[in-house]
Design a protein around this ligand. Sequence first.
Ligand SMILES: [Mg+2]
Length: 241
Amino acid sequence: MAAILLDADGVFHVSGEPVAGGADAVRRLRADGHRIRFVTNNTTRARATLAEELRAMGIELDDEELQTTPRAAAQTLAGRRVLALTMHAIVGELEGIELVGEDAEAVLIGGADETPETNLVFSYMNLARAFHELEAGAQLYSLHKNRWWQTKNGPLLDAGVFVAGLEYAAETDAIVLGKPSTPYFEAALKALDAEPSLTWMVGDDIEADIGGAVAHGMKSILVRGIISSIAQLPDWLEEHL
Ligand SMILES: [Mg+2]
């Protein structure tokens, strides 16, 4: 039996619309004895909210089975003074971080979403503030560095562009906390007590999911590539394991 890391956004839902067969696929993977963990780069909602949304789609999971980037940030940046350009909904997840407006030790960039809040979080004023902190010596962190994500209206520009812009302006490199970073995948493997070579990463993002899996010695399955939908995963594994 395999350990399987499952991306959520673009795999089980697109813009909140469930992908047909997703809930059944999870039931079947569990019944087939696979160990599964949901690994999302979602940066805009609290874990409990995300888990509840997946359960509302019929997907059986405990909150603890869902690994999120804000919680990774909370671990990495605990006790530090951080200027956070993130959606308000995840602020509660940044427990232990001292959120400040100036004099920061670190700047943390979160992801965009489909609401107008994105305009406020990534306003010129906020980005200029972040740049100022970086110039004063703060370290740049990002929950992810995704270029775009899939929505029901097609691909939408993600916050990776702001991360890249700040890297360019401040001549620094961001430390990415979500997929495809090493600490993020190590935490997922540890949670499943899994060997990388016996672990499959299933996702729709060629860099964060597939590139990350390859770089960490895991096997990978591209949704809308190797399989056209999550519904096909149990059969595909049965054939290929
Ligand atoms: Mg995805």
